[in-house]
Design a protein around this ligand. Structure first.
Ligand code: F6R
Length: 244
């Protein structure tokens, strides 16, 4: 794993945004996998800034988000689709038809997940998969469990994860949907390159387990150790449990 430790969250976001802009120049039809959550917000802000000054052109790019809540539509203010619109998509020139998302209102979750896997395949696979990480080691909505799912699937959310998402639902964890659709571990590991972002002291312990711990379904992100091309983009507090 390639570890990149930055003095601040902003510095990390700026450096990563610059790298993505450079990738877009080298491969205008870049396929990106994207997370939601608090962590990528500074990165999205930097990408928007680079787009505004003509440094990042998304006109031929495509994106696939990691996950979506079950029971909410794209217009719902708590949906991840809405989050992405607000923080990134509304401010860049990514054509709407190149935005890949799971439909939280789909009547048949299995069929929706199979459709999503197909659209990722049809796009030629994901070039760069950006990830955040939960304090419990989850990536996407692949929660710690005795078994992990390989492909996109419906997940029952943990209480910690529902609490962590309460801000999207009026700060009321009981309003956070009980389930979500998520890319599976193999879908994530199929990406040609993975960049995991973790910021702040609360992520230090799980970062340490991802880097140095055993492969275990109890820390889904530990499976990133199996990938040939993974970078961890950290600030100093998130890196503070790693031995130097
Ligand atoms: C959301 C996702 C999640 C988050 C994780 C960290 O699309 O993939 O795995 O990355 O819950 O969330 P934050 O960034 O809010 O700490």
């Amino acid at each position: 794993m390639h570890l990149l430790v930055f003095p601040s969250e902003k510095a990390a976001a700026a450096a990563l945004a610059r790298q993505i802009a450079d990738r877009l120049k080298a491969k205008p039809d870049l396929v990106l996998g994207l997370p939601t959550g608090r962590t990528p917000i500074p990165l999205y802000r930097e990408l928007v800034a680079l787009h505004r000054c003509g440094e990042a052109d998304f006109s031929r790019a495509a994106t696939f988000n990691l996950d979506e809540f079950v029971g909410v539509g794209p217009e719902h203010p708590g949906s991840y689709r809405h989050f992405m619109q607000q923080h990134l998509f509304a401010h860049i020139n990514l054509p709407p038809e190149r935005i890949g998302f799971m439909n939280g209102l789909a009547a048949n979750a299995d069929a929706e997940c199979a459709r999503y896997e197909g659209t990722i395949r049809d796009a030629g696979g994901i070039d760069v998969m950006l990830l955040g990480i939960g304090t419990n080691g989850h990536i996407g909505f692949n929660e710690p469990a005795r078994e992990l799912q390989a492909r996109s699937h419906r997940v029952t959310l943990h209480g910690t994860t529902r609490r962590a998402n309460a801000s999207l639902f009026g700060n009321d964890p009981s309003r956070v949907p009980l389930a979500a659709l998520s890319m599976g571990m193999a879908t994530i590991l199929d990406a040609r390159e993975i960049v995991l972002l973790a910021m702040g002291k609360s992520k230090a312990r799980c970062v340490e387990r991802v880097v140095s711990g055993p492969l275990t379904t109890r820390v889904p992100a530990s499976f990133l150790q199996l990938h040939r091309r993974v970078a961890l983009v950290l600030d100093r507090p998130a890196a503070s449990s790693l031995s130097s």
